[in-house]
Ligand binder design. Structure first.
Ligand code: MSP
Length: 665
């Protein structure tokens, strides 16, 4: 093993129970960590919880608990969820642990000894929700990050000479890999260029924190405390030889993965603290976008969260992982919906990879008694085309993955699944299987071997994304333990003929119509009941999974038939009433006449259209969408709009006059 790889998630605040927004970051890091391990890197993956500060102290008070009791409970929930999700973190740090407290004090001492800390008085605004000093704000001003009102703080504090690092930081940002993606890098550069003021790094009006060394009336500012976790967890400041060695080995971090709202803390404060302490800097800080639900950032305060447990109970861990990596364009905001989740699951997993595995392996079972047949030398171009496409898929997938383009990488890998599906249909192995002559047998063997080899490659590439189900497919291919695979050596033509298949079982049973509704209900009713431990749950639409489709199955390369389209009832509607939905900036409640009835709809178009401008307007409605609740309001259908990246939605309409209720087809 040559290379080391150290990756971190942000440490999560313990004021709220985990939801799939937190799960998203953790899954992304877990996937990267798993892939690095498969590539042979000595990998360390860290996550944990951020437990000090005024925000947590207040949340505990509201819950009628001591901060420690409260932190213990919620930190425990995070840890339990990560275990349930099979997250492969090597450590879980809590900022209330002794090791962290002592080592953070050590960091504070070092920065102070280096001359970067002085005592002063802070009078200004503070946002407790973001634990942010809002420079230059007046009483009553909102927080620039979350928009909540700031509070006036007047206290004696220790200050950090942040202003001394302005030029040095700008030099760092010249490296395009240091802050990613580009948009975040530009944001940070302009923030730092606008001038840095010294930063207060202690608080003295409450006590829930780590005492400042030699002055315990102060507690260390919670962001310095929290950011320090990245080094304290791996042994910085320890007197223990083993811990020191770990720090030497793993620091600096290769990737700090964060959400875009905490860029300033990670890309400005953290490198400045490290520079002041004379420590090496992380290699990359990578910020992703937000997971939105019902048009807004999923968060406890908005009350629009979805819990991972619900999805795991119904569809399994891998479905959630695949969906988040495939559906969200990394770096941008992405919407979560149960409909989209189930659609992706059925299209890409049940009908895609799952169907390819089941049809290929079933036919090898049937025609070759469960032994991978040999490939005959052939001049058949379709075999070679698959081999070439597979080689190309490996290199493209790897390159995209290394650039954090997970969605594109998976799209490329599933492109190969589509090609092999087509290859199977074109070569009709089921017809070849009817014949007994040597030429047909030879051809049949070649077709099934080629399909199985392509299946092996997609399975290997997808393993870090879907560890549980790919391990099953791997074992069904007769290849043993997928964790032993060296991903760096993956290439075409490595599947030995004569390999005995394992027991063939469906890996992704189709999710039926009731799946969306079941998950919605589970969320509405609060905590979802746990059915069985995930390792025993066949990523299943339990209780009655329908059998996997048998070969030959229809080809699904992203196209739908006219019958599929006919299922969508698009109608002309006319807006009769429109108003803003309280507490949701982007939502409007509409009453729309669709000819046969007037429907209530909730649409995310409030930022683009003032309610009064919509009255009388003719719009296009998806009329047969399952009703769903948004902000407690039932939405019966969907209004069709062009959705513009970074822009506002534009409603679909007509140039000529059309009667209300007319169907679009
Ligand atoms: N405690 C700080 C981080 C300290 S790191 C030294 C914090 N915690 S947090 O719990 O509020 O959020 C942490 C991270 O959770 C976000 O940066 C992001 O990675 C993830 N997410 C929380 N909600 C999310 C979404 N709705 N969408 C995507 N990620 C989300 O900030």
């Amino acid at each position: 093993m040559g290379k080391k790889f150290y990756i971190t998630t942000p440490i999560y605040y313990v004021n709220a129970r985990p939801h799939i927004g937190h799960a998203y970051t953790t899954i992304v890091c877990d996937t990267i960590a798993r892939r690095q391990r498969m590539l042979g890197a000595d990998t360390f993956f860290l996550t944990g919880t951020d437990e000090h500060g005024q925000k947590i102290e207040r949340a505990a008070q509201e819950a009628g608990k001591t901060p420690q009791q409260y932190a213990d409970q919620i930190s425990g929930e995070f840890r339990k969820l990560w275990q349930r999700m099979g997250i492969s973190n090597d450590d879980f740090i809590r900022t209330t642990e002794d090791r962290h407290k002592k080592r953070t004090q050590e960091l504070f001492r070092r920065i102070r000894d280096n001359g970067y800390i002085y005592k002063g008085k802070y009078t200004g605004q503070y946002c407790v929700s973001d634990e942010l000093y809002v420079d230059g704000a007046k009483p009553g001003d909102p927080c620039p990050l979350c928009g909540r009102p700031t509070e006036t703080v007047e206290e004696e504090n220790y200050f950090f000479k942040l202003s001394a690092f302005q030029d040095k930081l700008l030099e760092l940002y010249a490296n395009p890999d240091f802050v990613r993606p580009e948009t975040r890098r530009n944001e940070v550069i302009s923030f730092v260029r606008s001038g840095l003021r010294d930063l207060s790094i202690s608080r003295s009006t409450f006590s829930w924190g780590i005492p400042v060394p030699d002055d315990p009336k102060h507690v260390i500012y919670v962001w310095l405390d929290a950011l320090a976790n990245y080094i304290t967890a791996i042994g910085y400041g320890s007197t223990h030889g083993g811990a020191q060695a770990a720090f030497q080995k793993y620091w600096p971090a290769d990737v700090h993965m964060i959400g875009k709202e905490i860029v300033r803390f990670h890309c400005v404060y953290w490198p400045a603290f490290l520079l002041a302490a004379g420590l090496p800097l992380p290699k990359a800080i990578v910020a992703h976008g937000w997971l939105l639900f019902e048009e807004n950032k999923m968060s406890k305060s908005r009350g629009n969260i979805v819990r991972a447990d619900t999805i795991i109970d119904v569809l399994g861990n891998d479905a959630l992982r695949y969906f988040l990596l495939r559906e969200v364009v990394f770096g941008q905001d992405g919407s979560f919906s149960f409909d989209a989740l189930v659609q992706r699951y059925n299209a890409d997993l049940a009908n895609g990879l799952g169907n390819l595995a089941s049809r290929t392996l079933t036919m090898i079972g049937r025609y070759f008694q469960g032994e991978i047949p040999a490939v005959l030398p052939s001049a058949n171009t379709s075999d070679n085309a698959i081999a070439e496409a597979a080689q190309k898929t490996i290199s493209e997938f790897n390159a995209l993955f290394d650039q954090f383009q997970f969605s594109r990488a998976l799209e490329v890998a599933w492109g190969l699944v589509g090609l092999v599906d087509k290859y199977i249909v074109e070569n009709e192995p089921w017809s070849l299987g009817e014949k007994q002559d040597p030429a047909s047998r030879g051809r049949l063997g070649t077709v099934l071997h080629t399909s199985a080899e392509a299946l092996r490659i997609v399975t290997a590439l997808a393993h870090p994304v879907m560890p549980e189900s790919t391990a099953k497919i791997w074992a069904q291919l007769g290849l043993g333990d997928i964790r032993k695979l060296d991903l760096s050596a993956l290439q075409w033509a490595q599947l030995p003929a004569g390999t005995r298949l394992g027991k063939i079982e469906p890996v992704f049973p189709r999710a039926d119509k009731s799946t969306v509704e079941r998950m919605q209900k589970m969320e509405e009713q609060g905590r979802a009941p746990v059915v069985t431990p995930p390792s025993e749950t066949p990523a299943a639409a339990q209780p009655v999974p329908s059998p996997a489709p048998k070969a030959p199955a229809s080809v699904s390369d992203g196209k739908i038939t006219i019958d599929d389209f006919a299922k969508i009832e698009l109608r002309v509607g006319q807006v009769k009433a429109a108003e803003k939905v309280k507490g949701a900036d982007k939502l409007l409640r509409l009453e729309v006449d669709i000819g046969t009835e007037t429907r209530q709809l909730v649409a995310g178009i409030a930022e683009a259209y003032a309610p009064e401008t919509l009255i009388g307007r003719k719009v296009v409605i998806v009329a047969n969408l399952m009703p769903r609740k948004l902000r407690g309001l039932e939405s019966n259908g969907m209004i069709v709009a062009a959705s513009l990246e970074g822009g506002k939605p534009v409603l679909a309409g007509f140039l000529e006059d059309v009667p209300v209720g007319a169907r679009l087809k």
